[in-house]
Design a protein around this ligand. Structure first.
Ligand SMILES: Nc1ncnc2c1ncn2[C@@H]1O[C@H](COP(=O)(O)OP(=O)(O)OP(=O)(O)O)[C@@H](O)[C@H]1O
Ligand SMILES: *[C@@H]1O[C@H](CO)[C@@H](O)[C@H](O)[C@H]1NC(C)=O
Ligand SMILES: *[C@@H]1O[C@H](CO)[C@@H](O)[C@H](O)[C@H]1NC(C)=O
Ligand SMILES: *[C@@H]1O[C@H](CO)[C@@H](O)[C@H](O)[C@H]1NC(C)=O
Ligand SMILES: *[C@@H]1O[C@H](CO)[C@@H](O)[C@H](O)[C@H]1NC(C)=O
Ligand SMILES: [Mg+2]
Length: 409
Protein backbone atom coordinates (compact mmCIF):
# COMPACT_ATOMS: atom_id res chain seq x y z
CA UNK A 1 0.00 0.00 0.00
CA UNK A 2 1.30 3.41 -0.88
CA UNK A 3 1.56 6.31 1.44
CA UNK A 4 -1.18 8.78 0.98
CA UNK A 5 0.95 11.81 0.76
CA UNK A 6 -1.55 14.40 -0.24
CA UNK A 7 -2.99 14.69 3.24
CA UNK A 8 0.29 15.87 4.65
CA UNK A 9 0.84 18.61 2.16
CA UNK A 10 -2.36 20.48 2.07
CA UNK A 11 -0.50 23.41 3.51
CA UNK A 12 0.61 25.60 0.70
CA UNK A 13 2.79 28.58 1.14
CA UNK A 14 4.39 31.12 -1.05
CA UNK A 15 7.93 31.16 0.20
CA UNK A 16 9.71 30.88 -3.09
CA UNK A 17 9.21 32.82 -6.30
CA UNK A 18 7.34 31.46 -9.27
CA UNK A 19 9.53 31.80 -12.34
CA UNK A 20 6.67 30.81 -14.60
CA UNK A 21 4.71 33.72 -13.30
CA UNK A 22 7.65 35.98 -13.92
CA UNK A 23 7.47 37.17 -10.35
CA UNK A 24 11.15 36.59 -10.01
CA UNK A 25 12.96 39.37 -8.38
CA UNK A 26 16.46 38.09 -8.58
CA UNK A 27 18.68 37.15 -11.42
CA UNK A 28 19.12 33.39 -11.72
CA UNK A 29 21.54 31.95 -14.21
CA UNK A 30 20.49 28.64 -15.70
CA UNK A 31 23.53 26.59 -16.58
CA UNK A 32 23.10 23.47 -18.67
CA UNK A 33 25.96 21.15 -19.53
CA UNK A 34 28.45 23.62 -18.13
CA UNK A 35 27.15 26.38 -20.34
CA UNK A 36 24.98 29.28 -19.37
CA UNK A 37 21.73 28.92 -21.25
CA UNK A 38 19.69 31.80 -20.00
CA UNK A 39 19.01 33.78 -16.92
CA UNK A 40 16.08 35.40 -15.28
CA UNK A 41 16.27 39.07 -14.65
CA UNK A 42 13.12 40.28 -12.98
CA UNK A 43 10.34 39.53 -15.44
CA UNK A 44 12.64 38.83 -18.30
CA UNK A 45 14.03 35.52 -19.41
CA UNK A 46 17.25 36.27 -21.21
CA UNK A 47 18.60 33.55 -23.45
CA UNK A 48 22.30 33.96 -23.66
CA UNK A 49 23.54 31.04 -25.67
CA UNK A 50 24.87 31.35 -29.19
CA UNK A 51 25.68 27.69 -29.66
CA UNK A 52 23.92 25.49 -32.15
CA UNK A 53 23.41 22.01 -30.92
CA UNK A 54 24.18 19.00 -32.96
CA UNK A 55 20.87 17.61 -33.98
CA UNK A 56 21.10 13.90 -33.41
CA UNK A 57 17.84 12.46 -32.21
CA UNK A 58 19.61 9.95 -29.98
CA UNK A 59 20.80 12.69 -27.72
CA UNK A 60 18.34 15.47 -27.89
CA UNK A 61 19.33 16.88 -24.54
CA UNK A 62 16.63 16.92 -21.95
CA UNK A 63 16.59 20.66 -21.78
CA UNK A 64 13.85 22.20 -19.83
CA UNK A 65 14.54 25.37 -21.72
CA UNK A 66 15.68 24.58 -25.18
CA UNK A 67 17.50 27.64 -26.34
CA UNK A 68 18.67 26.88 -29.80
CA UNK A 69 18.11 29.89 -31.95
CA UNK A 70 20.71 31.26 -34.24
CA UNK A 71 20.08 34.69 -32.85
CA UNK A 72 22.57 35.73 -30.21
CA UNK A 73 20.17 36.95 -27.59
CA UNK A 74 16.55 36.06 -27.29
CA UNK A 75 14.56 37.92 -24.71
CA UNK A 76 11.26 36.47 -23.64
CA UNK A 77 9.19 38.99 -21.79
CA UNK A 78 6.28 37.57 -19.83
CA UNK A 79 3.63 39.88 -18.51
CA UNK A 80 2.66 39.43 -14.86
CA UNK A 81 -0.68 37.69 -14.49
CA UNK A 82 -3.58 39.00 -12.48
CA UNK A 83 -5.40 36.03 -10.99
CA UNK A 84 -8.44 38.08 -10.09
CA UNK A 85 -9.17 39.67 -13.43
CA UNK A 86 -12.46 39.32 -15.29
CA UNK A 87 -11.92 37.30 -18.44
CA UNK A 88 -14.05 36.97 -21.55
CA UNK A 89 -13.80 33.26 -22.20
CA UNK A 90 -14.69 33.79 -25.85
CA UNK A 91 -11.53 35.80 -26.37
CA UNK A 92 -9.49 34.33 -29.21
CA UNK A 93 -6.47 34.16 -26.92
CA UNK A 94 -8.26 31.81 -24.51
CA UNK A 95 -8.22 28.02 -24.81
CA UNK A 96 -11.24 26.43 -26.46
CA UNK A 97 -11.44 23.85 -23.64
CA UNK A 98 -10.98 23.73 -19.86
CA UNK A 99 -10.51 27.49 -19.71
CA UNK A 100 -11.56 27.96 -16.16
CA UNK A 101 -10.42 24.93 -14.22
CA UNK A 102 -7.94 26.82 -12.07
CA UNK A 103 -10.04 29.39 -10.31
CA UNK A 104 -7.38 30.91 -8.11
CA UNK A 105 -3.64 31.02 -7.88
CA UNK A 106 -2.21 27.60 -7.06
CA UNK A 107 0.78 27.38 -4.77
CA UNK A 108 3.24 24.55 -5.05
CA UNK A 109 3.67 21.94 -2.31
CA UNK A 110 6.04 22.30 0.57
CA UNK A 111 8.57 19.47 0.52
CA UNK A 112 8.68 18.06 4.07
CA UNK A 113 11.88 17.26 5.93
CA UNK A 114 10.97 13.60 5.51
CA UNK A 115 13.11 10.65 6.47
CA UNK A 116 15.59 9.59 3.86
CA UNK A 117 16.77 6.61 5.86
CA UNK A 118 13.62 4.87 4.66
CA UNK A 119 15.42 4.37 1.35
CA UNK A 120 18.57 2.63 0.18
CA UNK A 121 20.15 3.78 -3.03
CA UNK A 122 20.79 1.00 -5.56
CA UNK A 123 22.21 2.66 -8.59
CA UNK A 124 22.76 5.88 -10.41
CA UNK A 125 20.39 6.24 -13.36
CA UNK A 126 21.37 9.53 -14.86
CA UNK A 127 22.05 13.17 -14.57
CA UNK A 128 19.29 15.32 -15.92
CA UNK A 129 19.22 19.00 -16.39
CA UNK A 130 17.82 20.00 -13.09
CA UNK A 131 18.10 16.73 -11.24
CA UNK A 132 20.05 13.56 -10.80
CA UNK A 133 18.16 10.34 -10.66
CA UNK A 134 18.93 7.12 -8.77
CA UNK A 135 17.07 3.89 -8.31
CA UNK A 136 16.65 2.45 -4.85
CA UNK A 137 14.43 0.44 -2.59
CA UNK A 138 12.05 1.36 0.19
CA UNK A 139 13.41 -0.42 3.24
CA UNK A 140 10.07 -1.00 4.94
CA UNK A 141 8.74 -3.25 2.16
CA UNK A 142 11.48 -3.57 -0.45
CA UNK A 143 9.57 -2.03 -3.35
CA UNK A 144 11.60 -0.44 -6.12
CA UNK A 145 11.73 3.33 -6.19
CA UNK A 146 13.23 6.06 -8.31
CA UNK A 147 14.76 8.93 -6.38
CA UNK A 148 14.79 12.17 -8.34
CA UNK A 149 17.01 14.61 -6.51
CA UNK A 150 16.54 18.11 -7.78
CA UNK A 151 19.26 20.70 -7.41
CA UNK A 152 18.57 22.97 -4.48
CA UNK A 153 18.33 26.11 -6.56
CA UNK A 154 15.43 24.59 -8.47
CA UNK A 155 13.44 23.91 -5.33
CA UNK A 156 10.49 25.80 -6.81
CA UNK A 157 10.26 23.48 -9.79
CA UNK A 158 10.47 20.44 -7.54
CA UNK A 159 7.58 21.70 -5.45
CA UNK A 160 5.55 22.35 -8.58
CA UNK A 161 6.33 18.92 -10.02
CA UNK A 162 5.32 17.33 -6.72
CA UNK A 163 2.09 19.27 -6.62
CA UNK A 164 1.13 18.43 -10.19
CA UNK A 165 1.89 14.72 -10.00
CA UNK A 166 0.15 14.55 -6.65
CA UNK A 167 -3.01 15.96 -8.27
CA UNK A 168 -2.78 13.60 -11.21
CA UNK A 169 -2.27 10.62 -8.92
CA UNK A 170 -5.76 11.21 -7.54
CA UNK A 171 -6.92 9.50 -10.73
CA UNK A 172 -6.50 5.76 -10.64
CA UNK A 173 -6.48 4.55 -14.22
CA UNK A 174 -4.06 7.06 -15.64
CA UNK A 175 -0.71 6.59 -17.31
CA UNK A 176 1.15 8.99 -15.04
CA UNK A 177 4.19 8.14 -12.94
CA UNK A 178 3.28 7.60 -9.27
CA UNK A 179 4.76 9.85 -6.61
CA UNK A 180 4.89 7.99 -3.31
CA UNK A 181 6.98 10.19 -1.06
CA UNK A 182 9.29 13.18 -0.91
CA UNK A 183 11.94 14.49 1.42
CA UNK A 184 14.79 16.93 1.73
CA UNK A 185 18.32 15.53 1.37
CA UNK A 186 20.17 18.42 2.98
CA UNK A 187 19.09 21.34 0.84
CA UNK A 188 18.03 19.26 -2.17
CA UNK A 189 14.45 18.13 -2.58
CA UNK A 190 14.01 14.46 -3.53
CA UNK A 191 10.87 13.14 -5.20
CA UNK A 192 10.29 9.43 -4.67
CA UNK A 193 8.53 7.60 -7.51
CA UNK A 194 7.32 4.05 -7.63
CA UNK A 195 9.65 2.32 -10.06
CA UNK A 196 8.10 0.93 -13.23
CA UNK A 197 9.78 -2.46 -13.32
CA UNK A 198 11.70 -3.48 -16.43
CA UNK A 199 10.84 -0.28 -18.20
CA UNK A 200 12.56 1.53 -21.02
CA UNK A 201 11.95 4.98 -22.31
CA UNK A 202 9.75 5.15 -25.40
CA UNK A 203 12.63 6.51 -27.49
CA UNK A 204 14.44 3.27 -26.90
CA UNK A 205 11.44 1.36 -28.22
CA UNK A 206 10.75 3.50 -31.28
CA UNK A 207 14.16 4.91 -32.16
CA UNK A 208 16.07 1.68 -31.91
CA UNK A 209 16.77 -0.03 -35.21
CA UNK A 210 14.31 -2.76 -34.37
CA UNK A 211 11.27 -0.59 -33.90
CA UNK A 212 9.67 -3.51 -32.17
CA UNK A 213 6.23 -2.01 -31.60
CA UNK A 214 3.44 -3.61 -33.58
CA UNK A 215 0.19 -1.88 -34.49
CA UNK A 216 -1.75 -3.34 -31.56
CA UNK A 217 0.84 -2.09 -29.08
CA UNK A 218 0.98 1.28 -30.77
CA UNK A 219 -2.78 1.67 -30.41
CA UNK A 220 -2.77 0.49 -26.83
CA UNK A 221 0.13 2.72 -25.80
CA UNK A 222 -1.04 5.87 -27.56
CA UNK A 223 -4.60 5.45 -26.31
CA UNK A 224 -3.24 5.37 -22.77
CA UNK A 225 -0.97 8.33 -23.43
CA UNK A 226 -3.71 10.48 -24.96
CA UNK A 227 -6.02 9.40 -22.16
CA UNK A 228 -3.35 10.58 -19.70
CA UNK A 229 -3.19 13.93 -21.46
CA UNK A 230 -6.97 14.16 -21.47
CA UNK A 231 -7.14 13.66 -17.72
CA UNK A 232 -4.29 16.07 -17.10
CA UNK A 233 -5.83 18.74 -19.33
CA UNK A 234 -9.23 18.27 -17.77
CA UNK A 235 -7.56 19.05 -14.44
CA UNK A 236 -6.11 22.25 -15.87
CA UNK A 237 -2.55 20.92 -16.22
CA UNK A 238 -0.24 21.14 -19.25
CA UNK A 239 2.77 18.80 -19.32
CA UNK A 240 4.87 21.00 -21.63
CA UNK A 241 7.72 18.56 -22.21
CA UNK A 242 6.11 15.58 -23.94
CA UNK A 243 8.83 13.65 -25.76
CA UNK A 244 9.87 10.00 -26.10
CA UNK A 245 12.43 10.16 -23.29
CA UNK A 246 9.75 11.38 -20.88
CA UNK A 247 7.59 8.33 -21.49
CA UNK A 248 8.47 4.98 -19.95
CA UNK A 249 7.17 1.64 -21.15
CA UNK A 250 7.18 -1.79 -19.56
CA UNK A 251 5.59 -4.95 -20.90
CA UNK A 252 2.15 -3.98 -19.75
CA UNK A 253 2.29 -0.37 -18.68
CA UNK A 254 3.14 3.02 -20.04
CA UNK A 255 3.65 6.19 -18.03
CA UNK A 256 4.23 9.86 -18.65
CA UNK A 257 7.08 11.02 -16.41
CA UNK A 258 9.01 14.22 -15.81
CA UNK A 259 6.40 16.81 -14.98
CA UNK A 260 9.23 19.17 -14.10
CA UNK A 261 8.16 22.07 -16.33
CA UNK A 262 4.45 21.40 -16.21
CA UNK A 263 2.14 24.24 -15.41
CA UNK A 264 -1.44 25.12 -14.61
CA UNK A 265 -3.46 26.75 -17.34
CA UNK A 266 -4.96 30.19 -16.77
CA UNK A 267 -6.81 32.07 -19.51
CA UNK A 268 -4.76 34.95 -20.93
CA UNK A 269 -1.70 33.97 -18.94
CA UNK A 270 1.55 34.03 -20.86
CA UNK A 271 3.81 30.99 -20.97
CA UNK A 272 7.40 30.56 -22.06
CA UNK A 273 7.72 29.47 -25.67
CA UNK A 274 11.20 27.95 -25.30
CA UNK A 275 10.00 25.35 -22.86
CA UNK A 276 10.35 21.69 -23.75
CA UNK A 277 12.23 20.19 -26.63
CA UNK A 278 12.42 21.60 -30.14
CA UNK A 279 11.31 18.60 -32.22
CA UNK A 280 8.04 18.33 -30.35
CA UNK A 281 7.22 22.02 -30.09
CA UNK A 282 3.92 23.18 -31.55
CA UNK A 283 3.80 25.87 -34.25
CA UNK A 284 2.33 28.44 -31.84
CA UNK A 285 5.36 27.99 -29.59
CA UNK A 286 7.75 28.12 -32.54
CA UNK A 287 6.43 31.54 -33.47
CA UNK A 288 6.56 32.64 -29.84
CA UNK A 289 2.85 33.04 -29.28
CA UNK A 290 2.65 33.15 -25.49
CA UNK A 291 -1.07 32.58 -24.90
CA UNK A 292 -0.85 28.95 -25.86
CA UNK A 293 -2.73 26.17 -24.10
CA UNK A 294 -3.19 22.41 -23.66
CA UNK A 295 -3.03 21.91 -27.43
CA UNK A 296 0.79 22.05 -27.36
CA UNK A 297 0.85 18.65 -25.62
CA UNK A 298 -1.44 17.19 -28.29
CA UNK A 299 0.92 18.41 -30.99
CA UNK A 300 3.93 16.94 -29.20
CA UNK A 301 2.36 13.53 -28.68
CA UNK A 302 0.98 13.62 -32.23
CA UNK A 303 4.51 14.20 -33.53
CA UNK A 304 5.70 11.15 -31.62
CA UNK A 305 2.78 9.09 -32.93
CA UNK A 306 3.67 10.18 -36.47
CA UNK A 307 7.30 9.19 -35.97
CA UNK A 308 6.18 5.81 -34.63
CA UNK A 309 3.79 5.15 -37.52
CA UNK A 310 6.03 6.40 -40.32
CA UNK A 311 9.30 5.25 -38.70
CA UNK A 312 10.71 8.70 -39.27
CA UNK A 313 12.63 9.95 -36.22
CA UNK A 314 11.73 12.55 -35.25
CA UNK A 315 8.89 13.37 -37.59
CA UNK A 316 9.66 17.10 -37.73
CA UNK A 317 13.40 17.45 -37.47
CA UNK A 318 14.53 21.05 -37.27
CA UNK A 319 18.08 22.17 -36.56
CA UNK A 320 17.01 25.18 -34.56
CA UNK A 321 13.79 26.95 -33.63
CA UNK A 322 13.16 28.65 -36.99
CA UNK A 323 14.25 25.60 -38.95
CA UNK A 324 11.82 23.53 -36.89
CA UNK A 325 9.03 25.87 -37.99
CA UNK A 326 10.21 25.53 -41.59
CA UNK A 327 10.04 21.73 -41.35
CA UNK A 328 6.44 22.02 -40.17
CA UNK A 329 5.50 24.49 -42.90
CA UNK A 330 7.01 22.23 -45.55
CA UNK A 331 4.43 19.62 -44.58
CA UNK A 332 1.39 21.69 -43.60
CA UNK A 333 1.90 24.37 -46.25
CA UNK A 334 2.45 28.12 -46.28
CA UNK A 335 -1.06 29.32 -46.99
CA UNK A 336 -2.67 28.02 -43.79
CA UNK A 337 0.35 29.15 -41.83
CA UNK A 338 0.00 32.78 -42.86
CA UNK A 339 -3.76 32.64 -42.29
CA UNK A 340 -3.07 31.34 -38.80
CA UNK A 341 -0.62 34.18 -38.10
CA UNK A 342 -3.13 36.71 -39.34
CA UNK A 343 -5.98 35.30 -37.27
CA UNK A 344 -4.00 35.62 -34.04
CA UNK A 345 -2.25 38.80 -35.09
CA UNK A 346 1.18 37.19 -34.85
CA UNK A 347 4.00 39.14 -36.44
CA UNK A 348 6.96 37.39 -37.96
CA UNK A 349 10.12 38.92 -39.30
CA UNK A 350 10.48 39.54 -43.04
CA UNK A 351 13.45 37.24 -43.42
CA UNK A 352 11.62 34.34 -41.76
CA UNK A 353 8.44 35.13 -43.69
CA UNK A 354 10.36 34.83 -46.95
CA UNK A 355 11.78 31.45 -45.94
CA UNK A 356 8.32 30.12 -45.12
CA UNK A 357 6.62 31.16 -48.34
CA UNK A 358 5.70 28.95 -51.28
CA UNK A 359 5.08 25.53 -49.73
CA UNK A 360 2.05 23.47 -50.68
CA UNK A 361 0.41 21.24 -48.11
CA UNK A 362 1.89 17.78 -48.44
CA UNK A 363 -0.33 14.71 -48.03
CA UNK A 364 0.81 12.53 -45.13
CA UNK A 365 0.30 9.52 -47.40
CA UNK A 366 3.47 10.58 -49.20
CA UNK A 367 5.44 9.33 -46.19
CA UNK A 368 4.31 5.76 -46.75
CA UNK A 369 7.13 3.45 -47.76
CA UNK A 370 8.05 -0.23 -47.65
CA UNK A 371 9.28 0.07 -44.07
CA UNK A 372 6.10 1.46 -42.57
CA UNK A 373 3.31 0.36 -44.90
CA UNK A 374 1.85 -2.19 -42.49
CA UNK A 375 1.43 0.47 -39.76
CA UNK A 376 -0.34 3.13 -41.82
CA UNK A 377 -4.12 3.14 -42.12
CA UNK A 378 -6.69 5.72 -43.29
CA UNK A 379 -7.74 6.10 -39.64
CA UNK A 380 -4.30 7.08 -38.40
CA UNK A 381 -3.84 9.48 -41.32
CA UNK A 382 -7.17 11.07 -40.45
CA UNK A 383 -6.14 11.42 -36.80
CA UNK A 384 -2.78 12.95 -37.66
CA UNK A 385 -4.45 15.39 -40.06
CA UNK A 386 -6.61 16.56 -37.15
CA UNK A 387 -3.58 16.94 -34.88
CA UNK A 388 -1.29 18.66 -37.37
CA UNK A 389 -3.34 21.82 -37.55
CA UNK A 390 -1.61 25.18 -37.07
CA UNK A 391 -4.56 26.76 -35.36
CA UNK A 392 -4.37 25.37 -31.82
CA UNK A 393 -8.03 26.26 -31.25
CA UNK A 394 -9.00 24.07 -34.20
CA UNK A 395 -6.66 21.22 -33.28
CA UNK A 396 -8.35 18.07 -32.00
CA UNK A 397 -8.23 17.77 -28.20
CA UNK A 398 -6.98 14.76 -26.24
CA UNK A 399 -10.55 14.17 -25.09
CA UNK A 400 -11.69 13.93 -28.72
CA UNK A 401 -8.70 11.83 -29.71
CA UNK A 402 -9.50 8.99 -27.30
CA UNK A 403 -12.86 8.72 -29.10
CA UNK A 404 -11.23 8.60 -32.52
CA UNK A 405 -11.81 5.78 -34.98
CA UNK A 406 -8.11 4.85 -34.97
CA UNK A 407 -8.46 3.43 -31.46
CA UNK A 408 -11.78 1.70 -32.13
CA UNK A 409 -10.77 -1.02 -34.53
N1 LIG B 1 9.02 5.65 -12.19
C1 LIG B 1 10.11 5.34 -12.91
N2 LIG B 1 10.40 4.04 -13.17
C2 LIG B 1 11.48 3.71 -13.90
N3 LIG B 1 12.36 4.60 -14.40
C3 LIG B 1 12.15 5.90 -14.18
C4 LIG B 1 11.02 6.35 -13.41
N4 LIG B 1 11.06 7.69 -13.35
C5 LIG B 1 12.16 8.06 -14.01
N5 LIG B 1 12.83 7.00 -14.52
C6 LIG B 1 14.07 7.03 -15.31
O1 LIG B 1 14.82 8.17 -14.90
C7 LIG B 1 15.04 9.05 -16.01
C8 LIG B 1 15.00 10.50 -15.57
O2 LIG B 1 13.75 10.84 -15.01
P1 LIG B 1 13.10 12.28 -15.28
O3 LIG B 1 12.90 12.44 -16.74
O4 LIG B 1 11.92 12.44 -14.39
O5 LIG B 1 14.24 13.26 -14.77
P2 LIG B 1 15.06 14.38 -15.54
O6 LIG B 1 15.72 15.19 -14.55
O7 LIG B 1 14.21 15.07 -16.53
O8 LIG B 1 16.10 13.52 -16.27
P3 LIG B 1 16.42 13.58 -17.81
O9 LIG B 1 17.01 14.93 -18.04
O10 LIG B 1 17.36 12.44 -18.00
O11 LIG B 1 15.12 13.42 -18.52
C9 LIG B 1 13.99 8.69 -17.02
O12 LIG B 1 14.38 8.94 -18.33
C10 LIG B 1 13.77 7.19 -16.77
O13 LIG B 1 14.72 6.45 -17.51
C1 LIG C 1 13.41 43.13 -5.42
O1 LIG C 1 14.77 43.51 -5.62
C2 LIG C 1 15.06 44.84 -5.26
C3 LIG C 1 16.53 45.09 -5.55
O2 LIG C 1 16.87 44.59 -6.80
C4 LIG C 1 14.75 45.07 -3.78
O3 LIG C 1 14.96 46.42 -3.45
C5 LIG C 1 13.32 44.69 -3.48
O4 LIG C 1 13.07 44.77 -2.11
C6 LIG C 1 13.02 43.29 -3.95
N1 LIG C 1 11.61 42.99 -3.78
C7 LIG C 1 11.17 41.87 -3.23
C8 LIG C 1 9.69 41.71 -3.16
O5 LIG C 1 11.91 40.99 -2.82
C1 LIG D 1 21.58 12.35 -0.72
O1 LIG D 1 22.41 13.18 -1.51
C2 LIG D 1 23.71 12.64 -1.74
C3 LIG D 1 24.58 13.65 -2.47
O2 LIG D 1 23.85 14.66 -3.10
C4 LIG D 1 23.57 11.37 -2.57
O3 LIG D 1 24.83 10.81 -2.83
C5 LIG D 1 22.71 10.39 -1.79
O4 LIG D 1 22.53 9.20 -2.56
C6 LIG D 1 21.36 11.01 -1.44
N1 LIG D 1 20.64 10.06 -0.59
C7 LIG D 1 19.34 9.81 -0.65
C8 LIG D 1 18.82 8.71 0.20
O5 LIG D 1 18.56 10.43 -1.36
C1 LIG E 1 13.72 7.26 9.96
O1 LIG E 1 13.52 5.92 9.45
C2 LIG E 1 14.32 4.97 10.08
C3 LIG E 1 14.17 3.66 9.31
O2 LIG E 1 12.87 3.47 8.85
C4 LIG E 1 13.92 4.85 11.56
O3 LIG E 1 14.74 3.91 12.20
C5 LIG E 1 14.12 6.23 12.20
O4 LIG E 1 13.64 6.20 13.54
C6 LIG E 1 13.37 7.33 11.44
N1 LIG E 1 13.70 8.62 11.97
C7 LIG E 1 12.80 9.54 12.22
C8 LIG E 1 13.33 10.86 12.75
O5 LIG E 1 11.62 9.38 12.03
C1 LIG F 1 -8.98 3.69 -18.38
O1 LIG F 1 -8.09 4.16 -19.37
C2 LIG F 1 -8.43 3.81 -20.69
C3 LIG F 1 -7.37 4.40 -21.58
O2 LIG F 1 -6.15 3.84 -21.32
C4 LIG F 1 -9.82 4.33 -21.05
O3 LIG F 1 -10.14 3.93 -22.36
C5 LIG F 1 -10.83 3.83 -20.06
O4 LIG F 1 -12.06 4.40 -20.35
C6 LIG F 1 -10.40 4.18 -18.65
N1 LIG F 1 -11.34 3.60 -17.69
C7 LIG F 1 -11.90 4.30 -16.72
C8 LIG F 1 -12.78 3.56 -15.80
O5 LIG F 1 -11.69 5.49 -16.55
MG1 LIG G 1 13.22 13.79 -18.42
Amino acid sequence: MFLIISIFFLTFAKDSPDPNDAFLNQSIAVVLGGQQKHYYDNNIVVHSSTTNYENKYQDVPSNYFDDDDETSDFVEQLSPYDYNQEIDLNDLRVSRIYQNVNKKEIMPLIIPEGNMSNYAVKKYLGDGTFAFVQSGIRLTDGIGVVLKQIKSKYLWWARMEAHIIDQLNEEKNVSVVRLIDMYMNNTSPVLVFQELQNSKTLDYRIYSLYHDLNLEEIKRFYLQLFYGLYVSHKKGIMHLDIKPSNIIVSDDEIQIIDWGVSDFYYPLKEYRTRVGTRHYRAPEQLIHYKNYDYAVDVWALGSILASTIFKKYPFFKGKNNDDQLLQVVRVLGSKDFFMFCEKYNIKIGQELQRRLEGYERKALESYINEENRELVSPEVIDLLNKIFVYDHRMRISAEEIVQHEFFRR
